[in-house]
Design a protein around this ligand. Sequence first.
Ligand code: PMV
Length: 337
Amino acid sequence: ERSTTRGASAVAHPNIALVKYWGKRDEQLVLPWTDSLSMTLDICPTTTGVRLDPDAEHDEVTLDGVPLAGEARQRVTAFLDLVRERAGVSARAVVDTANTVPTGAGLASSASGFAALAVAAAAAYGLALDATALSRLARRGSGSASRSVFGGFAVWHAGPATGTATDADLGSYAEPVPVGELDPALVVAVVDAGPKAVSSRAAMRHTVATSPLYRPWAAASRDDLTDMRKALHRGDLAAVGEIAERNALGMHATMLAARPAVRYLSSATLTVLDTVLQLRRDGIPAYATMDAGPNVKVLCPRADADRVAAVVRGAVPRGSVLVAGPGQGARLLSEGG
Ligand code: PMV
C-alpha cells in the first residue's frame, strides 16, 4: 500500500555579489577562502517543488519540464542525500524546478536554484530549520545560494579557518547586512544567454591552484568587505559601486593570470564597461560587476536606472537588458501531503 507523500514548494531569487566569492578551501563542505557580500534581486525567481515518492528508486528531477540527467541530476541527488541523512528519511523525491534565469549564463541560477531547493526539501522531509541553518544547507548545493536565503544585502561568512570540520561548517552561513538609506538598481546586460564554457566550480579550483594573483586578491577582498559594510551603512551608493567594481575586476584578474588563463569577459563585456565609464563621465554614478560569464550588471541609483538601461541597450543592441531592485529572501510557498 502506498504511504502518504509529503511535499513542499518554495521560491528564491538570484543574488549578485558586490564582494565576490571566488575559491573554496574545502570542496566537500563548500567552505570559501573569503567572506562575500551580495544583493538579492527582485527578478528571475526560481520556483521548486519537492514531493517525496516512497516507491521511487531514484530522484526524478526536471528543470522547466525537461528531465535532468548525468552530473546535473547527481548534484541535486547529492544535495537531497544530505537532507535525507539529517531527516532520517530515505524516500526519493520528485523535484520540479521552474527557472526564469537563463541557466548557466553567469546570472546565478544555481544561487536561486539551491536556495529554493533547500527551503522546499527541508520542509518536504520534515526538517525544521531556521534561516541560518537553511543558509548553511543551501551553501552545500552552491556557495552563492547561502546568500539567496536572505533578501536585500547579505554577507556570507567564510567561517573559522582553524578547528574541526563541524566548527567550520557551523560558522559558514549568510546573514542580512544592515544598510542605510539606499535606493539601488542593478541593470543586467545579458550579452550572451548561452551556457558558460567553464563552470565556476572548475574555474575557481584552477584559479586557486595556479594563479599568482589569487592570494593578493583574497587579501584585498577582506579590506573590500570592511569598506563595503561601511559604505552600505552610510548609504553611499557611489562608494558601494566603486568597491564592487574593483573587487570584480580583481577577481577576473586572478583568472586572467591563471595558467592557462580563464577568460569569461568578451568583447561585448568590454563594450558595456566602456559605456559605464562614459556614464560616469556624464555624471551618473554607475558601476559594473561581472561573474562567471560575459554578462555585466551595472549598479546605479534607481532614479538613473531607465537612462542607464537605455544607454546600455544602445551599446549592445544584440543583448537584452533587465532592471532589478533589491528582492526578498527564499520562502516557502506551500507545504503538505
Ligand atoms: O555559487 P557558485 O559556485 O555558482 O559560485 C558563484 C561565484 C560568483 O558568482 C562568480 C561570485 C559570487 O560570489 O556569486
